[in-house]
Structures are given as C-alpha cells and as structure tokens.
Design a protein around this ligand. Structure first.
Ligand SMILES: O=P(O)(O)OC[C@H]1O[C@H](OP(=O)(O)OP(=O)(O)O)[C@H](O)[C@@H]1O
Ligand code: HPA
Ligand SMILES: [Mg+2]
Length: 179
C-alpha cells in the first residue's frame, strides 16, 4: 500500500535499484585504483549513498557533510548553511559527491566552491535525480540516474518537513499536504 499522502509513484523500488546498479558499474570503472572520498550530502542522500557505495566494487572511503538551504519550505532559500563538516581532509583527493536530487543547483555549487578552495584533486557529482527545469545556477552533474519532472517529490531519502524519507519508492506529494 502506498502512503496516503502520495498522489503518484514516479519510480518504484525496483527502478531505483536498477538505476543505482548501473551507476555503480560505471563508477567502479571510473574510480578503480583511485580510492575516492565518496561524500554523502545529508540527509537526503543517505539511502542512495548506502546503496550506490555497495554497488561500487572498488576501494573507497565514505564521509558526510550536512548542509541545508530549504528549512521547512519547498523552495530553496539560496542561503546554504553547513550543519556538519567532513571529518576527512579533501586536499589532493578524488571526490565523488553523492546527492539525492539537484534542483536549483545552489547546494552543490556552494559545496564545489568549498572543495576547490580546499584543493581537492578532482570533484565529480553523482545524483539520483536531476530536476533540470529548476536550475538557478550553472551546475551540471557528471552522472545522473533519472531526470525528473518539475514536481516536488519525496521518498528514498527525500523529505517534506522531515517526513517521507523512509518510503522505499519516489513519489509526488498530494498538493493539499503542502498548500
Ligand atoms: O539544488 P538545490 O536547490 O540546492 O536542492 C537540492 C538539495 O536540497 C535537498 O536538501 P535539503 O537542503 O532540503 O536538506 P536534506 O538533504 O536534509 O533534506 C536535497 O537533498 C539536495 O541536497
Ligand atoms: O523535489 C524535492 N523534494 C524534496 N526535497 C527537495 N529538495 C529539492 N527539491 C526537492
Ligand atoms: Mg540534501
């Protein structure tokens, strides 16, 4: 049974799994022998990060950064804040940033500036979902799982006011929930 607040399921658990395995295979080839630092952007990326890293058959290290720009809104404020920084130095490391979704692009553009300043060797982005229509800054992911339509989606890590992250599928929320 789908959650009663969900209007429509866009991607099932099986579809997400397939896309993740495909990305994992590509990234295994890309990062073989490089011991990348795989950086999950909390909290949205948690589900994708744990599944994607297990689909990467090469040595790697995991770290997390917690940033937020949305608060309780469905629109990015553009004011990105670091709530938790990395434990690891990025200097001279190959970085793979893992995101659940790119929307305006502001969160990642902020992170990339920080990692460049901290002298990372290389920086690449993998995102499960890309909502290209909403881009407000010039930012492209290196690896995209699924291009999503311009709708507010939840599930598989994605929330609305911290809810729905645990849904195993990705769906569109009924308008009456956030209006
Ligand atoms: O491209 P943008 O417009 O910056 O939006 C994308 C970001 O917004 C969401 O995170 P959020 O800040 O809501 O925090 P969360 O990951 O804890 O849900 C999402 O997980 C991305 O990190
Ligand atoms: O569509 C979305 N859903 C949940 N969180 C988000 N953060 C940016 N876009 C979204
Ligand atoms: Mg996030």
């Amino acid at each position: 049974m789908n959650h009663p607040d969900i209007k429509e399921v866009l991607y099932t658990e099986e579809e997400i799994k397939k896309v993740t395995q495909e990305l994992g295979a590509v990234l295994t080839k890309e990062y073989e022998g490089k011991n990348p630092l795989v950086i999950g952007v909390l909290k949205g990326a948690i589900m994708f990060m744990t599944d994607l890293s297990r689909a990467m058959d090469c040595d790697l290290e995991l770290d997390f950064m917690d940033v937020t720009s949305y608060g309780a809104a469905i629109e990015s404020s553009g004011d990105v804040k670091i709530l938790k920084d990395l434990d690891t130095s990025v200097e001279d490391r190959d970085l793979l940033i893992v995101e659940d979704i790119i929307d305006t692009g502001r969160t990642l553009s902020y992170l990339i500036d920080i990692f460049r300043y901290r002298k990372a060797k290389s920086i690449k982005i993998v995102t499960l979902l890309d909502k290209k229509e909403r881009r407000a800054v010039d930012l492209e992911a290196d690896y995209v799982g699924i291009n999503v339509p311009n709708e507010f989606v939840v599930g598989y890590g994605l929330d609305y006011i911290e809810k729905y992250r645990n849904l195993p599928y990705i769906g569109v929320l009924k308008e009456e929930i956030y209006q």
